[in-house]
Design a protein around this ligand. Structure first.
Ligand SMILES: NC(=O)c1ccc[n+]([C@@H]2O[C@H](COP(=O)([O-])OP(=O)(O)OC[C@H]3O[C@@H](n4cnc5c(N)ncnc54)[C@H](OP(=O)(O)O)[C@@H]3O)[C@@H](O)[C@H]2O)c1
Length: 163
């Protein structure tokens, strides 16, 4: 049985996911959520995401999608396109799902491969230069789980959607 492929993302009300190479917000509970879900699986991410994290995260596999063969990503595998990255994740010795973890283009291409979407919806607009596909609800139509939360003056909802 191939590993399931899921997507995990935190999105502002206006679709923003990033600004100048960083997350535009700091929500410790969302970082914990991300860790809890992805541990034991394999993350597929772009080079800017790898750089933001500064390393391959422990307790899970990482495949970085880059066409630039000169770039090195210690602790991670490299693939030159998304399909090869998914094939590589399938081979790695982690039994959990394969996770599409961004950035912008990886999400845009990766959603077509995903059976579930783990989305943290932040109920506020943010300034930013990277966005999540606006039409994701055309693909993911069934909300199967949700939990409201807040931190200081920021409120957000953790949601899991299926096709
Ligand atoms: N809110 C969230 O949940 C979330 C999650 C992740 C990231 N982010 C934010 O998003 C930003 C980083 O993402 P980003 O979009 O700027 O960069 P990125 O996806 O990390 O990296 C972009 C690079 O990925 C490579 N690439 C992308 N698609 C590819 C493909 N199909 N085939 C081959 N290579 C491909 C290319 O690199 P080469 O030129 O090396 O080929 C491209 O320049 C940051 O601001 C980060 O905080 C937010």
């Amino acid at each position: 049985m191939p590993k399931p492929i899921h997507c995990i993302v935190a999105v502002a009300q206006n679709g923003v996911i990033g600004r100048e190479g960083r997350l535009p917000w700091h929500i410790p509970e969302d970082l914990e959520w991300f860790t809890d879900q992805t541990v034991g699986g394999v993350m597929i991410e772009g080079p800017a995401c790898y750089q933001e994290l500064g390393k391959a995260l422990s307790g899970r596999g990482t495949v970085v999608v880059s066409r630039d063969e000169k770039k090195v990503f210690p602790g991670a595998s490299r693939a030159s396109n998304l399909e090869s990255a998914i094939a590589e994740a399938e081979k790695l010795p982690w039994s959990g799902p394969t996770w599409i973890t961004g950035g912008e283009r990886i999400y845009a291409e990766g959603l077509a491969h995903c059976s579930k979407l783990y989305i943290t919806r932040i109920h506020q607009d943010f300034l930013g230069d990277r966005t999540f596909p606006k039409d994701w609800q055309k693909t993911f139509t069934r909300l199967v789980w949700s939990k409201e939360s807040r931190q200081a003056d920021l409120s957000y909802t953790f949601e899991i959607w299926e096709r």
